[in-house]
Ligand binder design. Structure first.
Ligand SMILES: *Cc1c(COP(=O)(O)O)cnc(C)c1O
Length: 452
């Protein structure tokens, strides 16, 4: 088998610059050891997130020039609508400026006090929007999904028994919809099988509960189904994508992920009456129904991006290149969430640095070490992100998210070399102490001092 290459060539380049260790030390200290405070021009390889960081294609850039900026009835909207209809089979297609805008509209309509929303794992903005409406967000991922070393092929699956037990306990009248996140971002970018989606659908039918997808990474999930689910090896990704959406009554999408754009979102609905109420809220806070908080050119870029993301040579490269980073890290000895997910590799920093207790943020210690040694930006997903008030996260992870079509294999080889160097020095990483501890979403604005 030959190397799976990047299925594109590079037409436009954006220079990145190396610094000295002394410069990085000053920058890290000035940022108070929080990499969210660092200017992106002071980062060499930015693995903070895969959201909105994709490189657009020449066809997307040329589509931007076709953007119809009419307030009402823009042709760009109808182009976007046709593309999404063909891909998903949905009739009601609302453009929004990003995923959380779709979530806010949806949960303002169906959420509220006393309501309960099941999901495999709520993403942080989804949970925040559910809770902001007054409802409760409950995570029901299978047990294997919580064990980093488990190599279950579909670790994003919902535990069907737990779903039934929850419905029986709280009653259908309190569950306005059930959600499934594909792939399961908060659970390590792990996929959900069609078998599991069908089983969730069956339970939802039995209790007459609508099923919604948080479909930010629908194409990556479909490709995992093609690779791993028996019977799907010869089925096209487009067909699998359609099959996933056919099982749902609605979906929220952040196009900043599998839409291959820098900004954009979608809300998909089947129910006519719900769609009318969503249109009204869209007009109130995002914009008219034919642009929804975006420019016509953004709709054109999305329409083209949603076509390109289901191309199978792209997905083969995408999933393979993420796995490549994961496999190289495992070879060095890094404990990671296995098997590698679609959009990111998650290092288990708690296991890597047993000398740093959770309250001293082993994940953040590794994030700082990556920046010092290689000018690489990663993000802590552990007690800094999910803890507070003495609470400790179940796992101390560091996420290396891979922007789509941005870095080449030699960039990733460089990341691996930095990680290799760090591995031998891991016992010298220093824990951190909070000097500013904000009450909400503290990881964005927290400040630290290093312990010795
Ligand atoms: C990114 C993301 C969202 C929110 O989308 P934004 O575009 O960042 O608002 C929701 N759910 C999942 C699973 C995501 O990854």
């Amino acid at each position: 088998m030959k190397t799976i290459i990047e299925p594109f060539k590079i037409k436009v380049v954006e220079p990145i610059r190396m610094t000295t260790r002394e410069e990085r030390e000053i920058i890290l200290r000035e940022a108070k050891f929080n990499v969210f405070n660092i200017h992106s021009s002071h980062v060499l390889i930015d693995l903070l997130t895969d959201s909105g960081t994709s490189a657009m294609s020449s066809l997307q850039w040329s589509a931007i020039m076709r953007g119809d900026e009419a307030y009402a009835g823009a042709e760009s909207f109808f182009h976007f609508q046709r593309t999404l209809r063909e891909l998903t089979g949905f009739d009601h297609i609302l453009p929004t400026h990003q995923g959380r805008a779709s979530e806010r509209i949806l949960f303002e309509l169906v959420g509220g006090k006393g309501k309960v929303i099941p999901n495999n794992n709520h993403f942080d903005t989804t949970r925040a929007n559910v809770e902001h409406s007054g409802a409760e967000a409950i995570d029901l991922v299978i047990d294997e999904g919580k064990i980093p070393s488990s190599r279950h092929p579909f670790k994003g699956n919902i535990d069907i028994k737990k779903l039934v037990a929850l419905i029986e306990r709280v009653g259908t009248e309190h569950i306005p919809l059930c959600m499934v996140t594909v792939t399961n971002n908060s659970g390590g970018g792990q996929p959900v099988s069609l078998e599991n989606l069908r089983a969730v659908r069956k339970v939802c039918d039995q209790y007459q509960i609508p099923l919604f997808l948080d479909a930010c990474r629908f194409a990556e999930n479909a490709y995992f189904i093609k690779l791993r689910e028996p019977g799907y090896q010869n089925i096209s990704v487009r067909k699998i994508v359609h099959e996933m959406f056919d099982l749902a009554d609605g979906a929220t999408i952040s196009a900043k992920k599998d839409g291959l754009v820098n900004i954009g979102g979608v809300l998909l609905l089947r129910d006519e009456e719900l769609a009318q109420r969503a249109d009204a809220l869209l007009i109130l806070t995002e914009g008219f129904v034919t642009y929804g908080g975006l420019a016509g050119r953004d709709l054109e870029a999305m329409a083209q991006g949603f076509q390109e993301v289901v191309e199978e040579d792209y997905l083969e490269y995408r999933i393979r290149s993420t796995a490549y980073l994961g496999e190289r890290l495992i070879k060095i000895g890094y404990p990671i969430v296995e098997p590698p997910g679609g959009h990111a590799i998650y290092i288990d920093a708690g296991q890597l640095c047993p000398h740093i207790p959770p309250k001293e943020f082993p994940g953040q210690a590794l994030v700082c070490a990556l920046y010092r040694a290689g000018w690489i930006r990663a993000v802590e997903i552990g007690t800094l992100m999910f803890g507070g008030e003495g609470k400790i996260a179940p796992l101390e992870l560091v996420r290396l998210a891979i922007p789509r079509r941005v870095y080449t294999q030699s960039h990733i080889d460089y990341v691996v070399e930095v990680c290799e160097e760090l591995y031998d020095n891991r016992s010298q990483f220093a824990g951190l102490r909070l000097t500013n501890n904000p009450p909400f979403l503290r990881h964005f604005t927290a400040a630290f001092a290093e312990l010795n």
